[in-house]
Design a protein around this ligand. Structure first.
Ligand SMILES: [Zn+2]
Length: 338
């Protein structure tokens, strides 16, 4: 179940299946070594899709799903086709545009601030080194996770963090064409925050797949990871990591402008306005104790907010941003991101 209307719900559901397919590939014997549990890793997903109400076409999400499934053999006849989803997709809400303006403003401010900071060498292009670098900037950093190497690119994998049967909290180590600095920040901060969140949920009894991977749970998860990015950006100013500040600022600008109808709109989110909105409105709710913040375990919001307040005290522009975020979240109380 995804919190969206018909055509968007179709696109989102199929995107979720594609994300599951990445996990299936990771559990396939050819991908990560032999093991009895890895046989037929796709059988469960195949059955779910066969039993689902008929979704004839799913646009680029269906194309990705089919590409992933093909890596494990012929695509079953009942898989959705890659033609565009049928039906109208709602517009982005005004409250999300206001959040995008605020997040874009803060991102641009960070990029300007980076120009006055020392340049630091990028961390070598190794997933575990990226996660280790990000630990100091993640308020609930926890090292416990498995790593898998499914035979896909980052573009095809999209979501690389997951909770898998037998393996638990897992990161997919996949090749990317992005700059080393972008990969360092994605893995070390954003995806690291997802792993930290999954770990807390798993320790409190959540089983694979984690509720944070789909539907409303995914909206909450992205809200948290984005809030950690914002905290990390300010803390990187304080520690003088100029390049990381620039990259984090650029990431905020990208999330603010890629909304459907935005100045740098992307095909990926054209049929997913709810998901696109949460990257800008969700973190403001987390930092200002709005709906997304209240949906997270106190165990991770407590340390995040404590460090955000400290960072705001040390870097006044962050306090200005935080006040504007709180005001926006107050006004959006009846139209939250999650
Ligand atoms: Zn994310």
């Amino acid at each position: 179940m995804v919190p969206a209307d018909r055509a968007e719900a179709d696109a989102w559901t199929i995107r979720g299946w594609a994300d599951v397919a990445v996990g299936c590939l990771a559990l396939e014997p050819d991908a990560t070594g032999s093991g009895p549990w890895r046989e037929g890793a796709f059988s469960g997903l195949d059955e779910v899709i066969r039993a689902a109400p008929v979704v004839v076409s799913g646009g680029h999400n269906a194309a990705r799903l089919r590409q992933l499934r093909r890596l494990a053999g012929p695509v079953p006849a009942w898989y959705p086709r890659a033609r565009p989803v049928t039906g109208t997709i709602r517009d982005v809400r005004q409250i999300a545009w206001r959040a995008a303006d605020l997040v874009g403003w803060f991102g641009a401010l960070l990029m300007r601030a980076a120009a006055h900071l020392p340049c630091t060498e990028p961390v070598p292009l190794v997933s575990e080194l990226h996660l280790a670098w990000g630990r100091r900037y993640r308020p609930s950093a926890n090292g416990a996770h498995a790593a898998v190497c499914p035979p896909v690119s980052r573009r095809l994998a999209r979501r690389t963090w997951m909770c898998l049967p037998w393996l638990g909290v897992t990161i997919a180590d996949v090749p990317s064409t992005a700059t080393p600095l972008a990969q360092q920040v994605w893995r070390g901060i954003h995806e690291g925050a997802h792993l930290d969140h999954l770990g807390v949920l798993a320790r409190s009894g959540a089983t694979a797949p984690s509720p944070a991977e789909f539907g409303t749970g995914l909206l909450v998860a992205e809200s948290y990871a984005m809030a950690v990015e914002m905290l990390a950006a300010v803390e990187c100013i304080l520690t003088g990591e100029g390049q990381a500040v620039w990259q984090l600022g650029a990431g905020l600008v990208e999330r603010a402008t890629r909304l459907p109808g935005g100045s740098a709109a992307t095909a990926e989110f054209a049929d997913l306005p709810t998901l696109a909105e949460v990257y800008v409105l969700g973190p403001l709710e987390v930092l200002a104790d709005g709906a997304a913040g209240r949906a997270l375990p106190a165990e991770i919001t407590g340390p995040l907010r404590a460090r955000w307040l400290t960072a705001c005290a040390a870097y006044p522009p962050a306090a200005t941003f935080g006040s504007a975020a709180a005001e926006l979240v107050d006004r959006s109380a009846d139209r939250p991101a999650v």
